[in-house]
Design a protein around this ligand. Sequence first.
Ligand SMILES: [Zn+2]
Ligand SMILES: [Zn+2]
Length: 330
Amino acid sequence: MLLSNQQEKQINKKWNFHPKLPVGFYPIFDWPPSPKRLLNFIWSYWLQKSDRTIFLFLALFTFYILMPPMQEMATLKIEWILMLSLRNYILILIVAGGLHWWFFVRQGQGNKFQYDTMTRNNKSRIFTFNNNIYDNMFWTLATGLPIWIFFEVLLLWSFASGRIEVFQFSDGWIWFCLWFPILQIWQSFHFYCYHRVLHIPFFYKIAHSVHHRNVNPGPWSGYSMHPIEQTIYISSLLIHFVIPSHPLHILYHLYWLVLGTVSTHAGYENIWVKDKNLLTVGSFFHHLHHRYFNCNYGNPEVPFDRWFGTYHDGTEAATKSMRNKSANMK
Ligand SMILES: [Zn+2]
Ligand SMILES: [Zn+2]
């Protein structure tokens, strides 16, 4: 069967799997606004099982079940800080370790929904311990987790000791609820800005090249960054010093940042179990950044890449036009 030009554009043979092309942005900033697409987005991302809703439930569970009472966190004591650290290490091991185990150890779904099936660059001297996975685990666990823990302790202690006022649900439920999705817009802005700066060769060399050792990312690649980048990445949390927030917003923000980046780097679009999509995990949009490097600096929340001319929609035509653009710049 012959495919029309339009259909051909939708299939890019350079990938084992890709979502429907062009891979786009979420409809929050569509112009003219499309209420239908927006409602559809809210329905499928916020009102059903998705990474967002899972992180929200996890934040609620942590706050009400696992966290000590706020009064206890008003003083910096080793007991609660150790418990918090242990909880975060367990979470990352479950999420990154679990996804890695399912996709690459048990090979639970083979290559189904895997973006890129080219041989993984497992052993090379560019990696710490000469091994891609050990390298990623090292940066995640040895520097990434302590930085996450530092910021979480700083914020929770600041709330508990009254250095920041806690914004309660009863102070304004509309803001309390809206702040969760708005956080993602803030994070998208923060990420796009610092990420572009880290691609300036000087900063790239010292801070960002660690993350780009992963050309074909997997779950342990997500938070595998140089500690300078991890600090900048998590610093988007400092917004809570100025915008009215509750500890639930802090927990959600952190899960979105750390567990979210593990999930979006999964290398697979879905967790596929018994012929069913258990959960959408990967981000083809960001996978394109790892392969083509000078495109898609942001994420699909806000179309910064479209506004600033760095958007790659996943089609071969976009790859060609990107290459022509960089050739013309030389
Ligand atoms: Zn980058
Ligand atoms: Zn990445």
